[in-house]
Every structure is written in structure tokens, then in C-alpha cells.
Design a protein around this ligand. Structure first.
Ligand code: FAD
Length: 567
């Protein structure tokens, strides 16, 4: 539950209907939508996926205007920020899952749901090939076709092994509910096996070595949850082996949590050090064997074997097979996720939109604007750098790409960020200190990073809500062509481009401590932040049922500890 995010007010709030997506007077190219003419029957709108993006769209879409179908192999929605809490039994799996049909019926919407997997998207003929992948199916009738007029792709992503040998065979992932349950079972299994009488000390030690590959928010939160489980519950239940337990986080960068403010990242590293959780930074995993991972230390070039009883791989996300195939047909072969424009339309085909982890907006514009300003302004001579224009551009950039500031700071360009606040009068002196070449280099780096929109529930939910609002407003706009349209660049536009509003992010660090980046550049760390985390995530549950279950699980853990039975 990191990037986790003060899903507050926004992210998951979209599902709770809290987010307002302004559409009137906003801009989207006219050719983006073909109108829905109620006289000719409703247009067929198909949504792929029942995750954050898909369900946020469905919550908002007006089904009186469209014939809506949803297709997904999962007939439930998962509140992913609490997945790490399922791995140690703090929260039960079913407490964070809400059936899709229940969510739809509570809104009174007329939507058909097909529990199946889309295996092929034919954007030319507007047909989807779907497959019933469940255990119960009619033999010979597994596959069927679905037509669409408009398609919303929200299939999310899968764990990325980056082709590392042995990962699929020997590591756990932490992406789906089943993954979290398997991890929970596996941890307890390691403890039980380590207690068997015929094992050597070395085997016992290996069995209780837990390795987490990836020091991002998911990996760090899982490590923290694991530490809590061991120290608060298992240590007293398995006294004979408790001292043999080790937890190691392997991270390729020089810090863990490097998408967070450096204070949170530092706090996490220091806390892990106090807790005895080993953090190996600047290390790349070359291969995973049955009993160990082979790690290369970047600084020394040395290769070391790190033994494990259980390993969790959490290094990033990759493309689902259906999209890899689809991307080939629309000329997007060199990418990891679908490229869309800023109205979320998939590039290279018609009437297909994509939201969430499976998509990224190619957004060069603001970065280009900043680069252009720096090129234009002869900083050393004039000093003024058209400071007001620069400030406006930076403000826009910060609003749209909250990570921009983080990257600039990391690249030691804090003074660039500070320039946003200085007055034109002071600009001359301050601007003199900028080294244009270095800044441009840093900007190139930023540009590279920004193309990858953060893969978070917050983004997916906002995109789903935005798109639904556009679709809902569309017929109205068609009937009132004199409406709030504007002329811009290459043609008429109706809706504003999608704009991401970053609401902050959480990093739970275990032992009732949490780090949070809050809106307005606030950073908060400690126990009180953990209470904020509890309240935000309780309030952001998608139904009263899951809210009650989660609160009950937290209370149960407080009084009775976590359940260590292996089912
Ligand atoms: P998903 O939510 O993954 O949904 C994809 C949907 O598509 C699923 O229903 C899936 O079954 C379906 N699908 C898959 N293949 C097909 C197919 N072929 N045909 C049809 N349907 C298909 N983000 C935050 O903002 N805050 C957090 O605290 C946070 N914590 C996280 C913790 C963990 C452990 C993980 C794994 C992620 C976390 N995230 C968090 C990230 C967040 O969960 C994702 O960014 C978000 O789920 C993306 O939403 P999505 O709709 O794109 O995809």
C-alpha cells in the first residue's frame, strides 16, 4: 500500500464516487468519439478488466446511453493496497475482495459480465476473442466472440521477471490475491519444516532465510509485514528456531523506496537496520536457483549466492500476452505498455482506449516546453530566464507530473525547483547558478522516466473516472454542437486531456510506523502516520461489507494475534 497512496480523496475515491472529473468545456478531439444516437440503438461498449481502472469506469458510466459489457477472468475487485497485509494474515483475502456483480447491482446499472479472458483484440473488425478459463466449462465451447463499437482496455499488468532465469520456477510474486495467500502459506510452511528433527542446522537456517527481490514500495512493505509477523507472532510460537530467521531485501538501485522522498527512504533503511532486516543495495540478481539467488554486486563485480527458504520477486511490471499480440498488430512493438494520447486513446487504432497499468500516455509536451525555455533563455547573460514563463511551465509540469520534482531533486537540481518560488526580481542572481548543459542532461533523464506513468491504483482509478465522464457527456455535446467547444491546433476539441492529480503516497514500514508524502509537499513519518494510513484505507474500501471485514480483521489481530495455521 505504497505508491499506495493517500488514495485519499482521489484515487480509490473514484470508486467511492468522490472524484469529480470536470468535463464541460474540456478538450478532446472531435474525432475521438463517434456519437451515440439513441434513435439507432445503443453503441456497444466493452470493458476489459475488473481492476481499479475498469471498475472506476463502470462505477461512473451511464448505462442508459451505452450497451455495456465487462469481460474479466476475475469476477471480483481486489483492494490491492492491502495485499501485503494478506501475506501475513493481518487481513483475510476475502476481506479485500468485492464481487463485481455485487458492485454493479448496488449501483443499479445494467451491465453484462462475462467471466473469461480476452485472448485476442481485432481492432480492424472490432471483435474480441474470449476464453472461458475457469475450471467449469463446456467442452469444445471455451472460446466465443464479442463485438464492440468502443473498447476500454483495463487489463493491468503482470509481474516482470526481466527474463531472469529461475524466477518463474522458484520465486513467489505478489500481484494477485492468490499470490498473497500462497506466500502466507509458504512462510508458515518454512517455519514448520525448519522445526523437523532430521534437518541440519544449515538446512534450518536456509529454510528461515526470506529473500525479497525489489526494494520498491511492494517489496519494502512485504518485508515490513514479514518482520511484524515473525517478531509479533511466530517468534513465540517457534522459540527453538526464531533466532535463525533472516530477511534480506535486494535492490538494484542505491536506495530502497527510491520513488519516495529521501527522508522516507532514509527512515526505512534505518528502521530495517535496527530491526535486523538486511538491505543489499546496488545488487543485481543474475539467476535464481532452487535454494539460492545469485547476486552480482555492482561496486565490486563480485557474485554471491544468497540462500533462501522462500523468495518473493517484486521488481516491476510487464505486458500481458493479449496486449503483446495486440501491440504487434498496431505497430507498437517496441513498448512495454500500450501508448495512448492524452485523451487515453490507443495510438495506431480507432475506438480503443486504455487505462491503468497496461497503458502510458506519451507526454513529452511539458518536458519539451521546459527544455525549450532553457534553450531560448540565455541564462548566463540575461539571467532573467523569462522567469515568469518558466514558473508557469514548472507549475504546470509539477501539477501533471508530481514525480518531476522528485527526479529534479534527486539529480541535485533543487535550485531549479526552488526557482518556481523566487520573485522575478531575484531571478537574475539565482538563475546565474544554473548550469544549462547539466540541466538539460537531467531533463533528458526526467523525460525518459516520465514516459512511464506511475503504475498505481490512483492513476488507474482517475483515468477510469475521467473516461466515463467523457463518454457520459458525449451525446449531450453532440446534440448541442454550439456547446463549449474551442478551436485548438489541429482541430476542434471537446474534452480536456486527462490530467493526473497526485494525492500523495504511503509507505507502511512495519511496527506501526509509516511514511507518507501528502499533498502540498508534506512528509510525515511515524506512528501517527500509521493511524492516518488506517483511516484512509478503511474509508477507501469499496463497500461497507469490505470496510467492516477489514476493520474486524485489524481488531482481531490486535486481540488474538495473527493466525499461523497452514490450510
Ligand atoms: P488491475 O487492477 O491489475 O486490474 C486488471 C484487471 O484485468 C483484472 O481484473 C484482471 O483479472 C483483468 N484481466 C487480466 N487479463 C485480462 C484479459 N486477458 N482479459 C480481460 N481481463 C483481464 N497502487 C496504489 O495506488 N496504492 C497502493 O497502495 C498500491 N499497493 C499495491 C500493492 C501491491 C501488492 C500491488 C501488486 C499493487 C499495488 N498498487 C498500489 C498498484 C495498483 O494495484 C495497480 O496500479 C492497479 O491495480 C492498476 O489498476 P488496473 O485497473 O490497471 O489493473
Amino acid at each position: 500500500s505504497y505508491r499506495g497512496i493517500v488514495l485519499a480523496l482521489g484515487a480509490s475515491g473514484c470508486l467511492g464516487g468522490l472524484v469529480l472529473v470536470a468535463v464541460d468545456g474540456d478538450l478532446i478531439p472531435v474525432q475521438a468519439f463517434t456519437s451515440t444516437d439513441p434513435g439507432e440503438g445503443k453503441k456497444k461498449l466493452v470493458v476489459l478488466g475488473t481492476g481499479w481502472g475498469g471498475m472506476s469506469f463502470l462505477k461512473q458510466i451511464d448505462t442508459r446511453q451505452y450497451d455495456v459489457k465487462i469481460i474479466s477472468p476475475r469476477n471480483y475487485f481486489v483492494f490491492t493496497p492491502l495485499l501485503p497485509s494478506v501475506t501475513n494474515g493481518t487481513v483475510e483475502a476475502r476481506s479485500i475482495a468485492e464481487p463485481v456483480r455485487r458492485m454493479l447491482s448496488s449501483t443499479g446499472k445494467q451491465v453484462d459480465f462475462y467471466e473469461s479472458e480476452c485472448v485476442n483484440i481485432d481492432a480492424v473488425n472490432k471483435k474480441l476473442l474470449c476464453r472461458d478459463a475457469s475450471n467449469v466449462r463446456v467442452k469444445g465451447k471455451e472460446d466465443f466472440e464479442v463485438d464492440y463499437d468502443y473498447l476500454i482496455v483495463a487489463v493491468g499488468a503482470m509481474s516482470n521477471t526481466f527474463g531472469t532465469e529461475g524466477v518463474k520456477e522458484y520465486c513467489h510474486f505478489l500481484k494477485e490475491l492468490e499470490d498473497a495467500e500462497k506466500i502466507r502459506e509458504s512462510v508458515v510452511d518454512c517455519f514448520e519444516t525448519a522445526c523437523l528433527p532430521h534437518l541440519s542446522d544449515e538446512e534450518r537456517k536456509r529454510m528461515l532465510s526470506f529473500v525479497i527481490v525489489g526494494g520498491g514500495p511492494t517489496g519494502v512493505e512485504f518485508a515490513a509485514e514479514l518482520y511484524d509477523l515473525v517478531s509479533e507472532d511466530l517468534a513465540s510460537l517457534y522459540p527453538s528456531v526464531k533466532d535463525l530467521v533472516t530477511v534480506t531485501v535486494i535492490q538494484s538501485g542505491d536506495h530502497i523506496l527510491n520513488t519516495f522522498d529521501h527522508r522516507i527512504s532514509k527512515f526505512a533503511e534505518e528502521k530495517f537496520q535496527r530491526d535486523g532486516v538486511t538491505v543489499k543495495t546496488n545488487c543485481r540478481v543474475l539467476k535464481v536457483n532452487e535454494k539460492d539467488v545469485l547476486v552480482k554486486e555492482k561496486a565490486t563485480g563480485q557474485e554471491v549466492h544468497v540462500p533462501f527458504g522462500m523468495a518473493v520477486w517484486s521488481t516491476g511490471i510487464g505486458t500481458r500476452p493479449v496486449l503483446t499480440k495486440f501491440m504487434k498488430t498496431i505497430g507498437q512493438t517496441d513498448r512495454r505498455v500500450l501508448a495512448t494520447d492524452e485523451w487515453l486513446r490507443v495510438k495506431g487504432c480507432k475506438d480503443v482506449w486504455a487505462v491503468g497499468d497496461c497503458a502510458t500516455i506519451e507526454q513529452r509536451k511539458v518536458v519539451d516546453d521546459i527544455a525549450y525555455l532553457f534553450e531560448k533563455a540565455d541564462i548566463d547573460k540575461s539571467g532573467t530566464l523569462e522567469i515568469e514563463e518558466f514558473q508557469r511551465t514548472m507549475e504546470k509540469a509539477r501539477e501533471r507530473y508530481p514525480q518531476l520534482e522528485v527526479y529534479l531533486q534527486r539529480q541535485k537540481f533543487r535550485h531549479v525547483v526552488d526557482m518556481v518560488k523566487i520573485s522575478p526580481g531575484d531571478a537574475k542572481e539565482k538563475a546565474m547558478h544554473l548550469n544549462v548543459d547539466e540541466f538539460k542532461k537531467s531533463l533528458a533523464q526526467v523525460d525518459k522516466q516520465l514516459k512511464l506513468f506511475p503504475a498505481t491504483a490512483q492513476v488507474a482509478a482517475q483515468q477510469g473516472a475521467y473516461l466515463a465522464a467523457c463518454f457520459n457527456a458525449l451525446p449531450k455535446k453532440d446534440y448541442k454542437p454550439e456547446g463549449p467547444e474551442r478551436i485548438r491546433g489541429e482541430g476542434r476539441h471537446r474534452f480536456r486531456q486527462f490530467q493526473y492529480r497526485h494525492m500523495g503516497q504511503f509507505a507502511p514500514l512495519g511496527s506501526e510506523q509509516c511514511g507518507a508524502e501528502l499533498p502540498g509537499d508534506w512528509v510525515s513519518i511515524g506512528r501517527s502516520t500509521q493511524w492516518l494510513w488506517y483511516s484512509v484505507y478503511a474509508s477507501k474500501q469499496v463497500s461497507w461489507r469490505t470496510r467492516a471485514l477489514v476493520l474486524f480483521d485489524w481488531t482481531k489481530r490486535l486481540f488474538f494475534g495473527r493466525d499461523s495455521s497452514r490450510m
